[in-house]
Design a protein around this ligand. Structure first.
Ligand code: AMP
Length: 296
């Protein structure tokens, strides 16, 4: 695997079909599942590692974001990456970035409403990654369900010739969705954080039993979240997967999403609800502790 810092190097080293996995690093099994999926379908696997300042709406959050290049390098290589693209901020944006991509509608609710400017930053960096690495296919997690809708919309509207592949949420053994931010939870908050995934599983059970009303599904999630102490819920919403528009009932592929602050750490989770199949997607659970905590 080669570690490079410019798009020119990525293109020079790429042969055959290119699969791109954009990340902000501090890799975990959720990222690895994307890299492994990309490696099955493509000749050259590019993993980007860039903590994108444009998508952080709070400076403290950016400063606290975990990073460890050596750790990421060996994990990405073991999962099948050929190129690790880890650019400097100055390479990506120069001294004075002038162009920003805004996505109307898809970016308005949920994360967009609570994190002003977040999706402009996401869309801008992903557009640059698509333009610079020219991937045939690009892999994103459904953990960030609204982000997936934003990226699909942006890629379609700007005619980027890349296939967007959405992958299931990977969870820790007790259900908590994997996130690089999980390492910021103290022991007590880590235990309480399980309320998010428990709420998602309650919703999944209700959906599997035939519940399609968004209000009722939201109530089910909210009531489970209210049993946990010291969890500050920012939103619980049901939205259509295609465009992240808020829905009052589940009539097409949708997701119920939650954002909450636990012990000072902002976490998100969701459950995808497919009315055609009649089943909720609870994601994939690890059987062992995550590598996030120094294992393996
Ligand atoms: P991040 O490094 O958090 O920006 O995430 C990079 C990519 O990994 C995004 O497409 C995320 O949706 C995806 N991802 C993050 N956490 C998970 C997870 N627990 N399961 C599946 N994909 C994930």
């Amino acid at each position: 695997m080669r570690v490079v810092g410019t798009f020119g190097e990525v293109r020079e080293l790429s042969v055959g079909t290119v699969g791109l996995v954009p990340t902000m690093g501090f890799l975990h099994e959720g990222h690895l599942s994307l890299i492994e999926a990309a490696a099955k379908d493509n000749d050259t696997i590019v993993v980007s590692l860039f903590v994108n300042p444009l998508q952080f709406n709070e400076a403290g959050d950016l400063d606290r974001y975990p990073s460890d290049l050596d750790r990421d390098r060996s994990m990405a290589e073991a999962a099948g990456a050929d190129i690790l693209f880890a650019p400097d901020v100055s390479y990506m944006y120069g001294a004075d970035p002038r162009t920003s991509i805004g996505i109307a509608g898809v970016a308005d609710a949920m994360e967009g409403a609570h994190r002003p400017g977040h999706f402009d930053g996401v869309a801008t960096v992903v557009a640059k990654l698509f333009a610079g690495t020219q991937p045939d296919a690009s892999y994103f997690g459904r953990k960030d369900a609204q982000q997936l809708a934003v990226v699909r919309t942006m890629a379609g509207d700007l005619s980027f010739p890349t296939r967007i592949v959405g992958m299931p949420i990977v969870r820790e053994a007790d259900g908590l969705a994997l996130s690089s931010r999980n390492v910021q939870l103290d022991t007590d908050a880590r235990v309480r954080a399980v309320a998010l995934s428990s709420a998602m599983f309650d919703v999944a059970d209700a959906f599997d039993s035939g519940e399609r009303g968004a209000g009722r599904l939201i109530d089910i999630a909210t009531s489970r979240l209210s049993t946990a102490q010291d969890i500050e819920v920012e939103y619980v919403e049901v939205a259509r997967a295609v465009d992240a528009s808020v829905a009052s009932s589940v009539e097409s592929l949708s997701f119920l999403a939650v954002a909450a602050i636990v012990g000072g750490v902002r976490l998100i989770d969701n459950v995808h609800l497919d009315p055609m199949a009649g089943v909720a997607d609870r994601g994939i659970r690890l059987t062992e502790p995550s590598t996030l905590y120094g294992g393996r």
